[in-house]
Design a protein. Structure first.
Length: 181
């Protein structure tokens, strides 16, 4: 075989469906559904929120507090209320909170300085670097949220509909622009 591993590219092909989707469809393949049940573990229902690391609340160069701790806490609380906080690594939540707070910080800079900047050597107008940074942080935050939400979706036996912390991101941005929290 030319590809060296004897089959299709690892990770290619149709992705596994979430348990809730299989239950909704009546298990069309009639295969035994894999339901992971932990019997020898501690009761984690009374789990406390992990302490956010200090860098999530660092004072920024402009003198404002980074909003990552608030985002981290609200997201963890939302996950905990749905019984999924134990399935999400703390590091993933920290990365998500930092990406959202950096996106908001870039948007604040765009509001303050505008869409154009001055080229350092020629003095000509150039696009503001904050625009590209904002887009990158927004893309990163969305990708991290999709990872978090996929875990929630795969571990629930019913569909979840309603507000979630990621939907609240725009409200945070607007509040930050008004000078609130």
């Amino acid at each position: 075989m030319a590809n060296g591993h004897g089959g299709a590219r690892p990770g290619s092909g149709q992705k596994k469906k979430a348990l809730t989707d299989k239950l909704k469809e009546g298990n069309p393949g009639h295969r035994k559904l894999t339901v992971v049940e932990f019997t020898d573990t501690a009761d984690l229902s009374g789990m406390t929120m992990p302490e956010p690391r200090e860098y999530l609340s660092a004072l920024q160069k402009n003198g404002k507090q980074l909003m990552a701790v608030d985002i981290f806490q609200k997201t963890w609380t939302w996950l905990n209320e749905r019984g999924c906080a134990v399935h999400i690594p703390t590091q993933l939540l920290e990365q998500y909170a930092m990406s959202v707070s950096r996106w908001i910080q870039c948007e604040e800079c765009i509001t303050e300085f505008g869409f154009l900047a001055k080229h350092p050597t020629t003095g000509n107008a150039i696009p503001s670097p904050y625009v590209a940074m904002s887009q990158n942080f927004m893309k990163q935050a969305n990708n991290l949220w999709f990872q978090i939400y996929q875990t929630v979706k795969e571990n629930c036996t019913t569909d979840y509909r309603g507000a979630n912390p990621h939907d609240d991101v725009m409200e945070r941005l607007l509040a930050a622009r008004r000078g609130g929290k």
